[in-house]
Design a binder for this molecule. Structure first.
Ligand code: PEP
Ligand code: MG
Length: 827
């Protein structure tokens, strides 16, 4: 059906006011034979009862339903008014798309228009074009043909721009995207995030999410307006600041999942009618009756009423839900903390997206009821999110559905029913929205079993925070499990056992009690030293990035800092920190440590951590490229700034300097010379100089490296990836990058042997140190110190206190002699 032709396009028209503009459009429709002249008055009448300004300077005048008999056939006319004409509350319209629709044939046109409006430069082009065919092709209902030139072909003169490679392991999901919008909204400039041919308004959450940006995507931040430069800088800052948080979250989730896969269950039943496996999302064992959580479903009828009243009702419902979310956010913050509360600010942000409401309003304008319109728009967005290639982003569709349903409930006056429980229960659900999770009756819910979802879903995060054992991705068989059956859930290994009874239940209860007691005991004993039963003491330290983390690590039981990763000081900004800034940071570290051991590692950039402002050449294999000490030796500006700052800080408390990624003995000689020179420049004290042992060459020749350094610290993360030739971040292989591999243990053993022979102190700061079994083997091998993330300190100390050094030495010997990591674990 032909609804628009170039005859109905009037370019560069002049109109003194809205009425004149509508009359011009009406005239085109009359001349083309689409309407009777009387319908022009109907177009004007509509303006008295509704605002037809869609946004982005596009207006869609259309007549009253009662006057449809004046339409001869469906048609559209476009009047282009480049200077604009005041439409509503001083807001101008520049593209007047007058619609005469006999039924709903024009919905496709509206969809096209609103889609174009999401790309303001597309509208800009239609307003400026001298070619009526361009307007025809942009609006014509030709679904198969790309309606428009690719947006990238359209120049958008930004006043400032910059590009950044997204490095969030889980892509751009709702939490970081919300923080982006919060920053963007502080500026008056229009800010766009461009990804390839697509872009989104940085102030609109749903737009950002629909970019489907995943790790590695290059994003361009462009801004136009008075504060464009500052806006771009601030956007870059927040984007980068979130990198380390996002990476730490993903690393924790990955480690938990890997640990769960390897863990032998604390409890297994003799009899269970069925066992269902999923992924462990929150550890621990729980016993309860199965209770199915019925998702609230709304049966929506399309009941249009008065357009204005319907629009107002929808807007009021959205505002009400936003207020309710603010309350929920504040409650969650005080109950669980800012991180968990952020889920609800993300939800509120989803509702602040003007496009959602506008799209729903368009549906209302075209004769649909408010609930139907809202549901229609939400459903389309949810489907779009679900269709994105990245499952992590697709999972965020749950958030949008959650807020969408809240609004529907409010609009329809339906309150969420609370489940009535009276006995310990394991909640079974297809998926739980964060608000469902938080509104659970915690007196009775003891565990969560979810058939869908993933370990990084908000539900999983909340369950961990609430200390509620949970499994996810258990499959649809879970939903068929009978309500009320007695079940046990093991959130550590990711299993649900159905119909457990008798002695099995008694044993499970004993294990639960023991787990609770162990958690309490660990916490109690965290400040006790890691002294083996035969009196051998190992120093326990923490890996940190800043003074705040160092203080938290000490509170968690750490006796020192075995690795301060200084690259984090460089990662979250636009320029390198200067000497004074670094000096202040290192000095603050010495103050927090108050005389405790502190090893500060020099910049380890390269590999997985890139810093755009250093303008380093892109490398095919960055893990094998100019990384760590290799970089510092070629960038002495960076090296000297850092060394001088370190030597100045060393006047305030003990510091050891450590160099990463050393491969050759000559590098140590060169680094020592630079250290001596920097020290002399600031008149600093002598400090111990050591290296990370993370390249197999150094471990193999440790006897020749040990005499050259004051200490070694073994980086098992990199030593493992380089020994096994497995990228430590590889999505499929990373689980095999197992530091308990006997090849890695053999290299560690040779390093420790060489260190002992020359009286060189040796620690371990890679992930193996924080694994209780790894820690026992390393102690058996003879290391002096173990440095790990703060949350592992208490359990590693307890593991070392539980056994004798002699037993750990035997364990270590057998581990080195084993053939596989599985065999090592079996010991
Ligand atoms: C290591 O490689 O084990 C290490 C501790 O350093 P990073 O993880 O920072 O590379
Ligand atoms: Mg390393």
């Amino acid at each position: 059906m032909e609804t628009i032709t170039s005859k109905c396009v009037l370019l560069n028209a002049q109109a003194t006011d809205k009425t004149a503009a509508i009359r011009l459009a009406g005239q085109l429709l009359v001349e083309a034979g689409y309407i009777e002249p009387g319908y022009v008055d109907s177009l004007l009448k509509r303006e008295e009862v509704a605002n037809t300004l869609l946004g982005a300077t596009v207006a869609i005048p259309h007549g009253m339903v009662d006057d449809r008999h004046l339409i001869r056939r469906t048609g559209v006319a476009v009047v282009q008014i480049r200077n604009g004409v005041s439409w509503k509350d001083g807001e101008p319209a520049r593209l007047i798309v007058a619609i005469a629709a006999q039924s709903d044939e024009h919905i496709a046109l509206l969809r096209r228009l609103t889609r174009l409006m999401q790309r303001p430069e597309s509208i800009e082009m239609l307003v400026e074009t001298d070619d009526p065919e361009l307007i025809v092709s942009a609006l014509a209902d030709v679904p198969a043909a790309p309606p428009f030139p690719a947006p990238v072909a359209l120049p958008w003169p930004a006043d400032a721009e910059a590009s950044w490679a997204l490095d969030y392991p889980n892509g751009l999901h709702a939490r970081p995207a919300t923080r982006w919008t919060e920053v963007a909204k502080r500026f008056s400039s229009e800010i766009r995030i461009v990804k390839g041919l697509e872009f989104a308004d940085a102030k609109a959450l749903t737009g950002l999410l629909s970019l489907g940006a995943t790790r590695g995507d290059t994003l361009n931040v462009a801004a136009r307006g008075n504060d464009a430069r500052r806006a771009v800088d601030a956007m870059l800052e927040v984007m980068r600041t979130l990198s380390s948080e996002e990476q730490a979250d993903a690393e924790r989730a990955r480690r938990n999942a890997m640990a769960a896969r390897r863990q032998a269950p604390d409890w297994l039943p003799e009899h269970a009618s069925q066992t269902l496996y999923g992924l462990g999302a929150s550890p621990g064992l729980a016993i309860g009756q199965l209770v199915h959580h019925a998702a609230q479903r709304f049966d929506i009828q399309d009941t249009p009423g008065d357009v204005i009243a319907d629009g107002e009702a929808l807007e009021a419902a959205v505002l009400k839900v936003r207020d309710a979310l603010s309350v929920l956010e504040a409650e969650t913050r005080s109950r669980l903390g800012a991180n968990e509360a952020a889920i609800f600010s993300a939800h509120r942000e989803l509702l602040s997206d003007a496009e959602l409401l506008r799209d729903a309003m368009v549906q209302i304008l075209h004769g649909h009821g408010p609930a139907w319109s809202w549901q229609h728009v939400i459903k389309a967005r949810v489907e779009k999110l679900q269709s994105l290639a990245d499952p992590l982003l697709a999972a965020r569709a749950t958030d949008l559905r959650d807020v969408g349903e809240r609004v529907l409930g409010t609009l329809l006056g339906v309150t969420r029913q609370r489940m009535v429980l009276n006995a310990p229960s394991i909640l079974v659900a297809e998926d739980l929205t964060p608000s469902d999770t938080l509104q659970l009756d915690m007196r009775f819910i003891v565990g969560l079993a979810i058939s869908g979802g993933g370990p990084t879903s908000h539900t999983a995060i909340l369950a961990r925070t609430l200390g509620l054992p949970a499994i996810v991705a258990a499959g649809s068989a879970l939903l068929a499990a009978p309500e009320g059956s007695k079940a046990v859930i093991d959130g550590s290994v990711g299993a649900v056992y159905l119909d457990v009874a008798g002695a099995d239940l008694d044993r499970a209860e004993a294990v639960i009690a023991a787990q609770a007691a162990a958690r309490a005991a660990l916490r109690e004993s965290r400040h006790q030293p890691a002294e083996t039963t035969d009196g051998h003491r190992v120093e326990i330290a923490a890996n940190v990035a800043n003074a705040k983390q160092a203080a938290a690590a000490i509170e968690a039981g750490a006796e020192g800092v075995g690795l301060m990763r200084t690259e984090f000081l460089f990662l979250e900004r636009d320029t390198a920190p200067d000497e004074d800034e670094q000096y202040r940071i290192y000095r603050e570290m010495t103050e927090v440590m108050a005389g405790r051991p502190l090893i500060i590692r020099t910049l380890d950039i390269g590999g997985d951590k890139q810093v755009p402002y250093l303008n380093l050449p892109a490398e095919e294999n960055p893990f094998l490229g100019v990384r760590g000490a290799r970089l510092l030796l070629t960038r002495q500006d960076l090296l000297y700034t850092q060394l001088r700052a370190l030597y100045r800080a060393a006047k305030h408390g003990p510091i050891k300097i450590m160099f990463p990624m050393v491969t050759h003995t000559v590098e140590i000689e060169a680094l020592r010379t630079h250290c001596a020179r920097a020290r002399a420049q600031v008149d600093g004290p002598v400090v111990p100089i050591g290296i990370m042992v993370e390249v197999p060459a150094v471990a193999v020749m440790a006897d020749r490296f040990a005499p050259l350094v004051d200490f070694f610290s073994i980086g098992t993360n990199d030593l493992t990836q380089y020994t096994l030739a497995i990228d430590r971040q590889h999505p499929d292989l990373a689980a095999q990058a197992d530091s308990l591999h006997p090849a890695v243990l053999t290299l560690i053993a040779s390093t420790v042997r060489a260190a002992k022979a020359s009286g060189t102190w040796v620690g371990v700061c890679g992930g193996l140190a924080g694994d209780p079994l790894g820690a026992r083997i390393l102690t058996g091998l003879g290391v002096d110190e173990l440095s790990m993330s703060a949350q592992d300190v208490a359990s590693v100390k307890a593991a070392l206190r539980s056994e004798s050094l002699a037993a750990m030495q035997t364990l270590a010997e057998r581990a080195v002699a084993a053939s596989t990591p599985e065999a090592v674990r079996a010991l």
